[in-house]
Design a protein around this ligand. Structure first.
Ligand code: MG
Ligand code: ZN
Length: 237
């Protein structure tokens, strides 16, 4: 029984990767760099995007906003006058707690791929399964707020291993918590040695320039042909 179960999971990830590759080809054809942005609910993905996407220079950006239901975040981002497409997992995808390649594919025709350089996919807030599903992105990044505690990399290692950038958000709150920032960063390095991190506050704007520069650098690297897509079902070792 156990073997059959494992087989089913592998097949599902294979099917996802096939669609992720098709998405990837569409993104490549349009010259779009894609970031899959993940975090627990409430870590501040949307708030950081509100700050960072305000001025990306000549980089034309759009956002694919993933939520189980509603369009609250999409409405916030639409005020930046960037194209925003809402993808609800409750609409035909069983209310899933993550985005997968097929869901993203269903939204491609609504995205102005020919007119953008950067697509940010804001995944459903969840520290677990979004990390298991490639959607055709170039790069995966995650936000962890200091309010979540310093132990999260140790408790949800796949997410932290799957991403090449961890944005430590809500640094303005740290004095109101018992969190030791050095311990949090050490836990991050334990789980994913060499992972890049940025210290930010979407509330005060601290560190947002560095996040903006990171996004612009990713577009520049993709333009230079330095693609990093590896169609693995799970994180690289
Ligand atoms: Mg959000
Ligand atoms: Zn899920």
């Amino acid at each position: 029984m156990h073997r059959i179960k494992v087989r089913v999971v592998e097949d599902a990830l294979d099917a996802n990767n096939t669609i992720a590759r098709a998405n990837r080809e569409d993104f490549d054809r349009a010259g779009v760099t894609v970031i899959n942005l993940m975090s627990a609910p409430g870590a501040g993905k949307t708030a950081l995007l509100e700050r960072a996407l305000d001025d990306l220079g000549d980089v034309r950006v759009a956002v694919l906003e993933g939520d189980v239901e509603g369009s609250l975040d999409a409405e916030r981002l639409a005020s930046l006058h960037v194209p925003v497409v809402q993808l609800n997992t409750s609409a035909g995808f069983g209310g899933e707690c993550h985005l997968d390649a097929n869901m993203v594919r269903s939204a491609l025709s609504a995205l102005p791929l020919a007119d953008i350089d950067l697509l940010i996919i804001e995944n459903v807030g969840n520290l677990v399964c979004p990390a298991e599903f490639r959607v055709g992105e170039d790069v995966r990044a995650m936000v962890c707020s200091v309010a979540e505690g310093e132990d999260k990399p140790l408790k949800y290692p796949l997410m932290f291993r799957a991403c090449e950038l961890a944005v430590v958000n809500k640094i303005d709150l740290i004095e109101h918590t018992d969190v030791d920032l050095d311990r949090l960063l050490a836990n991050l390095q334990t789980v994913h040695p060499g992972i890049e991190h940025l210290i930010c506050s979407a509330r005060t704007g601290e560190g947002v320039d560095a996040l903006r520069d990171w996004l612009i650098d990713k577009v520049a690297a993709a333009r230079a042909g330095d693609g990093t897509f590896t169609p693995a079902g799970s994180a690289p070792a």
